[in-house]
Design a protein around this ligand. Structure first.
Ligand code: FMN
Length: 188
């Protein structure tokens, strides 16, 4: 993971950073919703943990390569993320494309997880019928081999919309990558 330098940060990253700061140590501040499109054209949405930035406008998520979303992303890479920062009363909607959906390139991502966080990749195939005799480890150590289904998803952000409810009237702002991240104010 490379940290973008401050000077290169798109303006919406600064707004997001401000909102994240207000959340303090709240773990839920790193939860966001990822919407994908299934092969039959119907929508899917679920919560994921934001894992960090891999570029000024590229964020990282971790998932299980056996999960439905991985197949959905391979079929249709366009996604929308919804990130609610409740203390700041701000909603960020980020549109983008899954630039990479691949096994972890190095150990750092796998090692960045807690032992209990890693354990999920030692569980049986997600979404399949539950079998009580199947192993559900509580922890996986740092030196456990990286499972092939430990997938890092990199989302390249193309457009960001912020709705800020803390002002009267509410503030709705939009930035587009193909418009050099110029800020445009919209009616809320
Ligand atoms: C708070 C929270 C955080 C989650 N974080 C992740 C995550 O980082 N990666 C992930 O693949 N699933 C995460 N999940 C589980 C997903 O929401 C989802 O249930 C799972 O990935 C299967 O989704 P799919 O069948 O659409 O692929 C999280 C769920 C919750 C409630």
């Amino acid at each position: 993971m490379t940290a973008a330098t401050d000077g290169a940060l798109p303006p919406w990253r600064q707004r997001l950073r401000g909102a994240l700061k207000r959340e303090g140590r709240q773990v839920s501040a790193r939860w966001l919703q990822l919407a994908t499109v299934a092969a039959d054209g119907t929508p899917r949405v679920r919560t994921l943990v934001f894992r960090g930035w891999s570029g000024a406008a590229q964020l990282e998520l971790y998932t299980d390569g056996r999960s439905s979303k991985t197949a959905e992303l391979t079929h249709q890479s366009q996604v929308e993320l919804c990130w609610l920062l409740s203390k700041a009363k701000q909603q960020f909607r980020l549109r983008g494309a899954a630039a990479q959906v691949a096994p972890a390139a190095d150990q750092s991502q796998w090692r960045s997880l807690s032992p209990s966080g890693r354990a999920l990749w030692g569980w049986p195939h997600p979404g399949q019928p539950f079998q009580s005799e199947a192993p559900f480890p509580q922890e996986l150590p740092e030196d456990a081999p990286i499972p092939e289904h430990f997938i890092v998803v990199q989302i390249s952000i193309q457009q960001v919309e912020l709705l800020d409810l803390s002002h009267h009237p509410h503030q709705r702002l939009r930035w587009r990558h193909d418009d050099d991240w110029r800020e445009q104010r919209l009616n809320p």
